[in-house]
Design a protein around this ligand. Structure first.
Ligand code: SF4
Length: 402
């Protein structure tokens, strides 16, 4: 591929995506959400997913929103080769899976192109039976390509019952591969998975803030050696607390001079780690989808200066980012689910998705929520390796999310 042309196309796409947002008020919603494509025919590259023998698109469509009323996102994603689709039984109260089912009903030929991923919040075989059956029915499909146990925080959750259940469902043809997602205690979950011998895939938080930690490097290495397919999520490294940072502004300006945004640079940082098969990105608009596709097609590598800028920004905003090491703060605060609350604040403050933040916060135990303002977080703050102002943030969460 001609790098100059690709780069020019890439720049054009980014500019068009921005222009689309500016003139959207004069067009229909569908037109406003659909900037012209980068270049006819260009599709997102693929990578092998562990030892499954399957090639997946390096950009995956995250669907934690109302897919029933956003069918155009699926149509545009498939046209551009974004064929890894990620959902969960619980997303949008089922409207994510139902929206995918609606798409497959009107485009039955599309199913064979898609690597379909969904997740179960149940851990027990009976509960997993029920949720898998519901996912299959909602999505109008006979099989799930990759079935995740959703959001584990300890590898012991992937016990022999789950293993036996997965083997049965593989034999029945209802799932092809098994794994888990995690955004808590990722390093130990990944390291544990690498020793189990039956985990096919993992989705975990991975970004420029986390990827250079020694423990994370070792865990990713171990999973790669074990042939486990790896999907990165939360690749923008958004924080629970917005911190004004001069280096963020300078970094964004420097990236723009090179032809990409800071959001695209953060995707590139993860893709430069070839042990990662796919980035699962929440893409609720076609503009975001196109900008991410453009980033996946652009061949410009980050240089040492770019990496230094990302590292400096990460360091400057360290005390606003929760790394998910929940064992540490929970142990120091009587088991309080601090990292969950930090994630809800991230949805609120970094994603700007207040409904999602409040919906997820609502799912925390009522007993904890009634006590959270009165708990003593001093020991948790002392233990937190990122120095988060936990007491202040828990108070803020109570005010914003309750
Ligand atoms: S110890 Fe700090 S960084 Fe780790 S999960 Fe708790 S609040 Fe987040």
């Amino acid at each position: 591929m001609n790098m100059k042309n690709t780069r020019r196309d890439f720049l054009k796409t980014v500019a068009l995506a921005g222009a689309g947002a500016l003139v959207g008020g004069n067009r229909s919603p569908a037109e406003a959400a659909a900037p012209p494509p980068a270049k006819a025919g260009l599709k997102v590259p693929t990578r092998p997913f562990g030892k499954t023998g399957v090639e997946v698109s390096i950009l995956g469509m995250g669907t934690m929103y109302d897919i029933i009323n956003n069918q155009i996102n699926l149509r545009k994603s498939i046209e551009r080769g974004v064929t890894y689709w990620d959902t969960a039984d619980c997303y949008e109260g089922g409207r994510s899976e139902k929206g995918i089912g609606k798409f497959f009903t009107s485009h039955p030929e599309a199913r064979k192109e898609i690597f379909l991923v969904t997740k179960s919040d149940a851990r027990d075989p009976a509960g997993m039976d029920e949720l898998l059956a519901r996912s299959l029915e909602r999505m109008q499909t006979d099989t799930i390509d990759l079935y995740f146990v959703h959001g584990i925080s300890n590898i012991n959750e992937m016990d022999d019952n789950v293993k036996a259940w997965a083997n049965r469902k593989k034999k029945d043809g209802q799932i092809r591969f098994i794994g888990f997602s995690t955004h808590k205690n990722m390093e130990s979950c990944l390291m544990g998975a690498s020793k189990l011998g039956w985990i096919d895939g993992i989705m975990f938080s991975y970004n420029f803030r986390l990827m250079n930690k020694d423990g994370m490097k070792a865990a990713v290495d171990a999973c790669t050696s074990a042939g486990i397919g790896l999907t990165a999520m939360k690749t923008q490294g958004g924080g629970s607390l917005r911190i004004e940072s001069e280096s963020e502004v300078n970094m964004a300006a420097a990236f723009l001079d090179k032809g990409f945004s800071d959001a695209q640079a953060k995707l590139k940082a993860v893709w430069e780690d070839t042990r990662i098969a796919c980035i699962c990105s929440q893409m609720p608009t076609v503009s975001i989808l196109m900008a991410n596709i453009a980033a996946s097609l652009d061949k410009t590598s980050l240089d040492a200066h770019d990496w230094k800028a990302l590292e400096q920004f990460a360091e400057e905003t360290r005390c606003g980012y929760c790394a998910g090491c929940s064992e540490i703060c929970a142990a120091a605060a009587g088991g309080a689910p601090i990292s969950d609350v930090m994630r809800h604040l991230m949805y609120y403050n970094s994603y700007g998705d207040r409904d999602l933040a409040r919906a997820q916060f609502a799912g925390l135990p009522a007993d904890f929520k009634s006590r959270m303002a009165a708990l003593d977080y001093a020991a948790a703050e002392r233990a937190c390796p990122h120095g988060l102002p936990i007491a202040r943030l828990m108070k803020e969460a109570g005010e914003l999310l309750a």
